[in-house]
Design a protein around this ligand. Sequence first.
Ligand code: AP5
Length: 269
Amino acid sequence: MSSSTKTNRAAWLEGPSAQCEPLPHQATTPWRLVLLGAPGVGKGTQADLLHQRMRACHLSTGDVFRASGSRADCDQSPAMKDALGYMRSGALVPDSTVWEMVRERKGCLHCEGGFILDGFPRTLGQAESLQQLMKDEALTLTAVVNYDLPASEIVARLGGRRTCEKCKAVYHVTERPPKTEGRCDRCDGKLFQREDDRPESIKVRLEAYDRATAPLIDFYEKLGLLVQVSAKGSPDDIFEETFTQLEARRLGTTARKAWLSCEDHRSGI
Ligand code: AP5
């Protein structure tokens, strides 16, 4: 992808010098979400559905690393080459490299349509850095959605995943097959199996999740931002459950703000 490419998330995938396509319409109150959950639980699939409904931009750190991996060797920084090595083995990329990449793209957090962070933050250090960055940028998270699924189902989802090399749409060989085998329904791009979906890498990824990422559930619960959703069932059912819970949460917050402002009015503040 050249730096002049315009897609709806060019600035995220290529870096701040790339331009995104203009939004078709401006969302009145943008959604600013974080998706949590083990590898393969379906975060990317849900992020895509949420993007289609809410227009918020799908910001996946894994996609940035993969996009960089598909560039020529001489276009990759030493830190990015290291990151790709960690990724292939299933290990987490060091916080300093991930943070450098996200900080460089902080403009994406101001996207008029909002954002859906997928795969970031993944450690307590990353979560704290994000909180600080949001504060510095005068932004707030709307909610953090945690998807939950038993490990046996997660392994089956990862083993059958296929991804479009062009538009990154995600399929599953039995659960979400493309209309034509091996080709993307949306752009006819070639579908490939990710290197880190091999059994030995899956094991490392699940261990890294338990050790480093699962503690974020508590972190966001304490901040009052957590929304728990079961990842069992069809992608559409899970999406409906997510959207219903998010809407209810937003309505509750709006009603609470209105009530507090009436209280202030009554007490003459
Ligand atoms: P990343 O790309 O973020 O991968 P991940 O978190 O491991 O998550 P996945 O993309 O594997 O799964 P998903 O939950 O999005 O599931 P999906 O929707 O695809 O990270 C990759 C690597 O990059 C990391 O291991 C690490 O090395 C590095 N990295 C990235 N960010 C980092 C960070 N912040 N810090 C450190 N390192 C970082 O679905 C999976 C399959 O299931 C698909 O085939 C799909 O079609 C299918 N499926 C989805 N939903 C359903 C359903 N409801 N029913 C049946 N099948 C379904």
